[in-house]
Design a protein around this ligand. Structure first.
Ligand SMILES: Cc1cc2nc3c(=O)[nH]c(=O)nc-3n(C[C@H](O)[C@H](O)[C@H](O)COP(=O)(O)OP(=O)(O)OC[C@H]3O[C@@H](n4cnc5c(N)ncnc54)[C@H](O)[C@@H]3O)c2cc1C
Ligand code: FES
Length: 297
């Protein structure tokens, strides 16, 4: 699918960095046939018209078409947020308004939002924040009475790595920030903040059974969040970041080991784990979002 770039600009404090590497960009596209996408899905972007780099690059959908600002002109559209880390993202950062690129998507299985939840807890590390904006917008659209409380924990190395806090605040979410060097918010990680929140006596008055955790970030962070969720017996969905070649289930380059949840692993007799042998799933087609209990993080 051809997509026209409407905007490609540096965002946040990363504009102060001296080199392009590690800067964050927001890219906005206009394209037809992109009307059905759900939060947590992604696109595979061909960054130029040559075969170098050969592979498309996976990017989460940061904002999705039903948002009025993307519907201008009657065409569908979407936005991504990306960090410049190597060749592909460096080429992307040089693209200009009006350039056309080839995009495959929306792909994969995104977050699923239970019908009735009282509280959504979002934990994001670094660029893992990208799919969480679409998710919180979707939660707000789905739960129109706004009774569902949304609490967001964002973490990054420095203040340059803290993105989207205003997006979350606009949606009415309570935002907590942590940086490893203490340059913004609390010194530490988003998991530290999340853990304090969950174990804190004030916040423990909320009903854990009608709350759900959504997490996206580095694998270590996802494991820590999943461990806490298991300990507190809370539902948790994690979005995995695996290197991908095709994005469509063809190359099997992105498989992960999973446990079947057919009989429900949570709270079940350990015997059931024996009845549910491990198998493999593709992150690109079966995920990138999984129930944390399904994955060996
Ligand atoms: C489902 C999914 C959604 C993603 N969403 C986003 C997003 O919204 N924004 C964003 O900035 N990035 C996202 N990523 C990561 C992004 O795809 C990679 O950063 C990008 O492909 C790197 O391309 P490159 O050519 O610039 O880097 P390369 O030259 O290929 O690699 C540069 C460095 O980045 C590392 N790297 C490459 N690919 C990945 C990867 N998939 N995960 C972790 N490290 C990687 C390499 O190990 C190397 O150290 C996502 C990845 C997946 C699988
Ligand atoms: S990237 Fe090819 S199967 Fe997932």
């Amino acid at each position: 699918m051809r997509a026209i770039i409407l905007e490609n600009k540096i965002i946040g404090n990363s504009s102060l960095l001296k080199t392009r590497r590690d800067k964050y960009y927001k890219m906005r596209f206009s394209c037809d046939n992109f009307s059905v996408a759900s939060p947590g899905q992604f696109v595979m972007i061909r960054v130029n018209n040559s075969y170098d780099p050969f592979l498309r690059r996976p990017m989460s959908i940061y904002r999705i078409p039903h948002h009025p600002t993307l519907k201008k002109g009657g065409r569908g559209g979407f936005e991504i947020l990306y960090q410049v880390v190597g060749k592909g993202t460096n080429i992307m950062s040089e693209l200009k308004k009006g350039d056309e690129i080839d995009v495959l998507g929306p792909l994969g299985r995104g977050f699923w939002i239970p019908e009735k939840i009282e509280r959504a807890i979002i934990v994001a590390g670094g660029i893992g924040v990208a799919p969480m904006v679409a998710l919180t917008e979707e939660i707000r659209c789905t739960m129109q009475d706004a009774r569902c409380k949304i609490t967001v924990f964002i973490g990054g190395k420095t203040k340059n790595d803290i993105l989207c806090k205003e997006n979350f605040k606009k949606i009415g979410a309570k935002v907590h920030i942590a940086t490893e060097d203490g340059s913004m918010g609390k010194k530490g990680t988003s998991v530290d903040l999340f853990k304090t929140f969950i174990t804190d006596s004030q916040s423990s008055i909320f009903n854990r059974q009608s709350s759900i955790i959504f997490a996206c970030g580095p694998q270590r962070m996802l494991k820590a969040v999943a461990d806490i969720a298991r300990d507190k017996n809370m539902d948790c969905q994690v979005s995995l970041d695996k290197r991908m070649a095709c994005g469509t289930g063809a190359c099997l380059g992105c498989v992960v080991k999973v446990r079947s949840l057919e009989f429900g692993v949570r709270n079940s007799n350990p015997q059931s784990a024996i009845r549910n042998p491990q198998s493999y799933k593709c992150v690109c087609t079966d995920g990138p979002v999984f129930d944390a209990e399904e994955i060996n993080l």
